[in-house]
Design a protein around this ligand. Structure first.
Ligand SMILES: Cc1cc2nc3c(=O)[nH]c(=O)nc-3n(C[C@H](O)[C@H](O)[C@H](O)COP(=O)(O)OP(=O)(O)OC[C@H]3O[C@@H](n4cnc5c(N)ncnc54)[C@H](O)[C@@H]3O)c2cc1C
Length: 419
């Protein structure tokens, strides 16, 4: 399916996840020749296993005011949505202190504005990118049903909901009857929900990424399958990408390698506080039931959705090294929680997956020129929100390279903030 050849193009992108692929599409639209390099086929890493939520209203970061109050519970209880490995604490503590310093109301409000800007029009942008692929049905309209169980009631006065309401998200509260009309297979203890309308969901995030990558290559983009070990800047201002099977040169270089972007910048002598925030999914290929929307269990912080491979339940944050073995206790806990939310679910032949979110302490990505390195651009660090932010990231990177003005204040995502 994919061409393999030496990159002879104006722009090289490392990473064929959803971010790199959307950068490729936007650059092609501006007439640039593009090469994408990845060690695997497109859409096989974080962009494969996520929950597929595409929300224009996703403007709530993790570093909310008062988040510190949850930390003792996360340390003690193994079944909480967030977990740490004690041996990671030396790496985690400096990151966590920056994360907590971002949790003031003023800072969170600025972060929410930036997120809102990066999510703007993302559904339309995906539909535009998918046009002509023949796989337009990989994205479907959806509501986002945030389910409350037991005695816990929705409160639109809560800070996180107010952030969305302030930014005009179409939100309403529904009771049990209406909820069960929307999603008849939810457990009996689901009493109410907050519904966000006007969303979409990917029915196979990995295939969505692959379909868009195929469009890049059918429109003249090159694909090179190679692992890039390190980068160097030559005296003539071009970059050498040192790969396993040989070296590649590039004048304009976009780093869209997700969490592994950290290793690439390290080879140029740079450091950034990007941490590996791992997540899991369990997928049930013969679920016996169908969900009509993306459904979030508010307490458990996981999202269930009907996908082309069955019902997928995705979530949890595990702060652990990229290459540490998966923690199967997280998988079992996700399976248990999903079954308790969807009692009719057939859990036979369950598949599990673990992937890595690249997370900065302010929950925003780094998008833009890397200071001190001419024609080197960062497009990484999208943490929990990369599916939603990918089309805007692609456009912004293409504008940087073409020298066009940006119609959005990009100060909060400047890579300089951490360099
Ligand atoms: C459980 C879970 C649920 C999520 N749910 C959602 C959601 O519902 N909505 C949402 O918006 N976001 C969600 N996310 C976040 C989203 O998945 C990520 O932000 C996004 O996929 C990041 O995309 P990426 O292209 O930056 O990285 P990746 O998809 O990880 O791609 C990076 C690519 O770079 C390649 N690469 C890396 N290093 C090298 C190298 N040295 N040489 C060659 N190739 C290299 C890799 O092979 C990979 O293909 C979720 C994440 C998780 C883990």
């Amino acid at each position: 399916m994919l061409k393999q050849q030496q990159p002879i193009s104006e722009v090289t992108i490392i990473g064929a996840g959803i971010i790199g692929v959307c950068c490729g599409l936007s650059l092609l639209e501006k007439g640039y020749s593009v090469t994408i390099i990845d060690r695997t086929d497109p859409g096989e890493a974080a962009s494969y296993g996520n929950a597929g939520v595409i929300s224009p209203w996703s403007c709530v970061p993790q570093c909310l005011p008062g988040v510190w109050k949850n930390i003792p519970g996360w340390l003690i209880d193994k079944n909480t949505p967030v977990s740490f490995r004690p041996r990671e604490l030396p790496t985690l503590l400096p990151w966590a202190s920056k994360f907590l310093s971002n949790s003031t109301k003023d800072k969170v409000n600025n972060i929410a504005n930036m997120m809102d800007g990066l999510m703007f029009n993302n559904i339309l942008a995906y539909r535009h990118h998918l046009k002509g692929t023949g796989q337009e049905d990989l994205l479907v309209d959806s509501w986002y049903i945030n389910v409350f169980r037991g005695k816990k009631n929705p409160n639109l006065e809560d800070y996180a909901w107010k952030l969305r309401i302030d930014r005009k998200a179409p939100i309403s509260v529904i009771g049990r009857e209406e909820l069960l009309n929307l999603e008849p297979h939810l457990s009996g203890d689901c009493q109410s929900a907050i519904v966000i309308k006007g969303q979409a969901r990917a029915v196979h995030p990995g295939n969505l990424c692959k379909a868009l990558a195929k469009k890049v290559f059918l429109n003249g983009g090159n694909f090179v399958k190679a692992n890039i070990d390190s980068l160097s800047l030559d005296t003539n201002g071009t970059y050498t990408l040192h790969g396993e099977g040989g070296n590649y040169t590039s004048k304009n270089l976009v780093l869209a390698a997700g969490i592994w972007s950290l290793d690439l910048i390290k080879s140029l002598g740079l450091k950034m506080p990007l941490i590996s925030e791992r997540g899991y999914h369990v997928e049930f290929p013969d679920p016996g039931i169908v969900l009509n929307n993306s459904v979030m269990d508010v307490a458990g912080k996981f999202v269930v959705s009907s996908m082309s491979g069955g019902i997928r339940s995705a979530g949890t944050s595990e702060f652990a090294q990229v290459n540490a073995p998966p923690n199967y206790a997280r998988v079992q806990s996700l399976e248990r929680l999903t079954k308790s939310l969807l009692p009719d679910l057939n859990t036979k032949n369950m598949k599990d997956w673990m992937g890595v979110r690249p997370s900065f302490p302010d929950n925003l990505p780094a998008i833009g020129s890397i200071p001190g390195f001419h024609n080197l651009y960062s497009a990484f660090g999208h943490s929990h929100y990369g599916m939603g932010m990918a089309p805007a990231t692609g456009k912004i990177i293409a504008n940087f390279i073409s020298g066009e003005s940006q119609n959005i204040n990009l100060n909060p995502v400047k890579p300089d903030r951490y360099l």
